[in-house]
Write a protein of this length. Sequence first.
Length: 155
Amino acid sequence: MGALTGAGTLIPFWRIPRGPLMTVCGTTAGVAVAAGLILVRDRTEREASVQGRSLPQAGAVQRLGAPILTGVAAGTLTAGVLWLSSVTDEISEKVVALLGARRPRVTLAVISAVSTAVLEYADSRPGSRSDPRSGREAGGEPQTRTRGVESAAKH
């Protein structure tokens, strides 16, 4: 995973024009979220009608308003995160260059790969909080499986 993170860091993300990047990705995310919510609502209504259940009737504004507003929020959040990531990437590269690195992108990639590998190694040690081999949930008691049902082990 560290190598993949390092390879991804080699891409100068901040050199992609921010306006088009934010517009395309934000719009795509917003439309996908809104469409997904509309499809889920439609499916729920069809299942209810097949099962003979009745759902509260909603007007067109209520049916489309929430998914559209949620889509706008998701798109705006996506665009904002991309902008912040782009600015952070630019600042990181310039700081590494100011510190004297001849090849700041390569330096960032090596730092990223090594730090990701170290974190991954530390997280996968036996007995760590999120290690599946230890049988522990993050921050919880040891867990055991009994016929597909999880139950806390008694001490």
